[in-house]
Write a protein that binds this ligand. Structure first.
Ligand code: KG4
Ligand code: ZN
Length: 345
């Protein structure tokens, strides 16, 4: 019997979840809207918002779950990667909670939590599998061999896929976050209108999206379509450029994911992160993978984007193994997928 409280504050979502014996009782997430008017996440504002939200969100998660504070066996919180000011809020809350209640504290790597987020769903992947994490901050392809045995195959060398969506949306005069806006605009567009470069750099599984982004910029500039010089991109050209850009990103993501699945002979692939919402990406991956008899797992959106449930899930696995974390674990803004802070209880 275990009741875990999971806390997520790595970027601009404040989230808390309660997991009892592997069953999710609540997952309360508040996306901070304050950043929208600035066209991106403002770190200082994110940490202030987390500070305001953390107690009410945890309270709401406990109420929804129908669980009292004294029924919680362990508290798990993300310690990195992410924005330092944001991480500090959730991490310190969890450490104080652990100290006050005399329960174990478990520091969770945010990327590890993304890797296993599909286990929150009924339809679980089977080991080994290839996992693609595509969000505003990350684009990582990894091989998950067994529980907690995973390695990075490749990641982006510059912009994350979601970041490229957001930046191109800005150039096209669409709002923030740009991914959903481009996804919508692209539905009415011709993906073959402009052939933007599909960067296939270096290692087989490395990504680069800054070249595609720059090509969109040059295309808009060359055709006098950059917002601000009197003209702006209007439909249907707007739709065509959105579709062409999206097609380039989706092609690269699909090609490398399918290649990784083939070379590692897996029967399952998981995708998580905000960009997993993208309709063209889902369609492309589903088509290519099902043609090879490989199952695609994309959790519901609440579990794709940053959430406390996946933190709680890792907390549960770690508690089962007796892996707690010392209370002096600090925020680690730049850790990668493989780092874990464990002290065996
Ligand atoms: O995982 P997430 O909510 O936050 C972090 O980055 O941690 O991902 C947000 C990113 C943003 O860059 C957003 O533009 C992108 O996911 N996104 C999308 C779509 N929905 C969200 N990108 C493409 N198509 C979408 N439908
Ligand atoms: Zn994330």
């Amino acid at each position: 019997m275990s009741v875990i409280l999971g806390i997520e504050t790595s970027c601009d979502e404040t989230s808390a979840a309660v997991l009892r014996d592997g069953i999710l009782l609540s997952n309360v997430t508040k996306t901070q809207l304050v950043h929208h008017r600035y066209g991106g996440v403002v770190p200082e504002m994110a940490s202030r918002a987390h500070q305001k939200l953390i107690v009410p969100i945890v309270r709401q998660a406990l109420e929804t779950a129908g669980v009292r504070i004294d029924e919680i066996h362990a508290v798990a919180a993300v310690y990195g990667p992410g924005l330092i000011g944001s991480l500090i809020v959730g991490l310190n809350f969890a450490k104080a909670f652990s100290l006050a209640r005399g329960i174990p504290f478990i520091a969770v790597n945010h990327l590890v939590a993304h890797l296993y987020s599909n286990f929150l769903e009924e339809d679980k992947p089977e080991f080994p599998y290839v996992a693609l994490i595509v969000s505003g901050g990350h684009t990582i392809l990894s091989f998950v061999e067994a529980p907690f045995v995973h390695r990075v195959l490749g990641e982006t060398r510059d912009d994350a896929a979601g970041e490229a969506f957001d930046k191109v949306a800005k150039m096209l005069g669409l709002g923030y976050p740009g991914g959903p806006a481009i996804d919508r605009a692209a539905m009415e567009g011709d993906p073959a209108y402009v052939s933007f470069p599909r960067a296939d750099i270096g290692g087989a599984y490395e990504f680069s999206f800054s070249g595609i982004k720059t090509s969109v910029l040059y295309h808009l500039r060359k055709n006098g379509l950059l917002p601000g010089n009197g003209k702006r991109v209007e439909p249907p050209v707007l739709n065509h450029i959105a579709a062409s850009f999206q097609a380039a990103v989706v092609d690269v993501l699909t090609k490398k994911t399918v290649r990784a699945a083939g070379e590692h002979r897996v029967r399952h692939v998981t995708v998580s992160g905000g960009v997993a919402a993208n309709n063209a990406l889902r369609k492309s991956l589903r088509g290519e993978l099902s043609a090879r008899g490989i199952a695609l797992h994309i959790p519901r959106m609440d579990f794709c984007t940053d959430n406390g449930a996946m933190t709680a899930y890792i907390g549960m696995l770690r508690l089962e193994r007796g892996d707690h974390s010392p209370l002096d674990v600090g925020p680690a803004p730049s850790i990668d997928l493989v780092d874990e802070v464990i002290c065996h209880a």
